[in-house]
Design a protein around this ligand. Sequence first.
Ligand code: G3P
Ligand code: CA
Length: 389
Amino acid sequence: MGTRESNEETSGTGRRALLGAAVLGAGGAVLGMAGTARADSARHGGGHGGVKSLPKPTIIGHRGASGYRPEHTFGSYQLALDLGADIVEAGDLVPTRDGHLVCRHEPEIGGTTDVADHPEFADRKKTKLLDGVSITGWFTEDFTLAELKTLRAVERIPANRPHNTLYNGRWEIPTFEEVLRWQDEQTRKRGKQVWIYPELKHPTYFRKQGLPLEERVAKLLGKYRKDRRTSPVILQSFEPTSVQRLHKLVDNPLVVLLSSADSRPWDFVETGDPRTVADLVKPAGLREIASYAQGIGPTLDLVVPRDAQGRLTRPTTLVSDAHRVGLILHPYTMRNENPFLPADFREGTDPDAYGDVFGAYKAYFATGIDGVFTDQPDTGVLARGDFTG
Ligand code: G3P
Ligand code: CA
């Protein structure tokens, strides 16, 4: 799959494992930051002039403020704005059986909703092959939107972010159309342009099922007049051919996501394109991407690899190579908790405690990246302040 996160892979704790920390304690400090965040953002300028008008490095709220709230809910999106995120990743997009786009990180929703507690949906549980990986659970494409709206979001990793379970059951699954309206409401309320950064999930998988994503995204963006070069909507996908398709449909800024160097985008697997991410980050690969996209979203490890002990090594030439062909870089994903940080920035042995994330930000920002996805946008905004002075 093209959705792995290298800082999870190298944590030695397994995917999605060992997140957590004293979130309520962090939240108390966090809430006091909203005014500072707004002032900082205002100093950097508004959002009417396209991507170039965004503060640098740009702080992108990953699945909202998913370090503090169940991901991809309006509670998470709203908090990301309150904490000063310049852009909210609202959302990762997957379709329903009746063709609506909803915000979930992947089609399987057993881990992020209370669907397992709904006996009326027990027979929808299935095992499917998703981008070559066998997954058992409940899939959005087997539900109508009306059915999905009866579910409620829950924390993905309750063992590691136990405080976030306080909000289980509070929010429903947002649709992309609701997000587009919410964006306008929030822009009006806050007097400041709100940006969003939706990702198209598994576009080849869904196209093969008769549920293509790109045309649906383009139609909705057109309906809300947000399909232009300067529209405050950046679109992203792990599948380059999906981004190429979007390039023909809309004028929005486009970003190609890049997983680990040895991985192959799933559309390449399906079409027989032998190239891996290692090929795409070479100058020729970047030049090709620059012919249809404005940026790349690499793993942080593609920018600064880690050694066998998980410590940062010397940065690669990716930042300068991408900038040379006019691409911006928005790597993913910064998280405050020890297991997700490079080994040299972990503090103590508690897997749920925060490490020296500000030290890690300093190292990554020094490479010249244009922004970063983070689960804790308030921390990112503070780190930017440290970096820019
Ligand atoms: O979209 C950037 C980042 O979110 C990619 O990782 O798996 O969280 O969607 P993922
Ligand atoms: Ca994403």
